[in-house]
Design a protein around this ligand. Structure first.
Ligand code: SAM
Length: 190
């Protein structure tokens, strides 16, 4: 992994767990349907990571898509967010397919590889998106893909394009720019 200087994050930039209910509600499902959005990328028996999972809006459907022999790793730096996901997983009877991992802000630190990684509305919250991307490159299985979706409200087209430059410089392939995802999106492979 290349040597990258991690910049300080601005305080208050992390989405607080107190507003988890805003991320996980039935109205959002109408506009950002997790199954419709992710079915093209997740197969049964896959290992998939929901990075910056928040309260698990995507995690539960990801667990259904990987099926009983697959695995989803729900990763977040806020323990309270993981707590929300755990409760939902039990309610939907998919807790055995989900592994919970509390990471640090500067490093995911997960010693496992995945076939698919979702980073939905989270990259812009990290102290160094480039450092995160470099780490994610080491976490993909052969043929694995990463879907990044960033909110238009917080990420300008210019900064999204800067991230795409980093993505190319780090040696990823840009597969496409998926539409109707609810934000600025890019699908990349390792
Ligand atoms: C805006 S929320 C999105 C949650 C979820 N992906 C969704 O779309 O509902 C961003 C989440 O990313 C998490 N996050 C922010 N920085 C992170 C980091 N460096 N590593 C892991 N998770 C992070 C936050 O704790 C928060 O739960």
């Amino acid at each position: 992994m290349e040597n990258i200087v991690v910049k300080e994050n601005k305080p208050g930039r992390i989405c607080p767990h107190q507003i988890a209910f805003m991320l996980d509600n039935p109205i959002r499902r109408i506009f950002q349907n997790p199954v419709k959005m992710l079915r093209p990328y997740i197969s049964e028996e896959d290992t998939a990571i929901d990075l910056g999972c928040g309260p698990g809006f995507f995690t539960i459907d990801m667990a259904k898509l990987v099926g009983p022999k697959g695995r989803v790793i729900a990763v977040d730096l806020q323990e309270k967010m993981l707590g929300h996901v755990r409760k939902k997983a039990i309610k939907h009877h998919v807790e055995e397919r989900i592994q919970f991992f509390k990471c640090e802000q500067e490093r995911v630190g997960l010693d496992q590889k995945a076939d698919f990684i979702l980073a939905y509305y989270m990259v812009h919250e990290t102290p160094s998106p480039r450092a995160l991307l470099a780490e994610l490159k080491t976490m993909l299985n052969k043929g694995g893909k990463i879907l990044i979706v960033e909110p238009k409200m917080h990420v300008t087209q210019k900064s999204f394009e800067e991230m795409i430059s980093d993505i190319r410089e780090l040696g990823f392939n840009v597969c496409n720019y998926p539409q109707k995802t609810g934000g600025r999106s890019v699908l990349i492979s390792g």
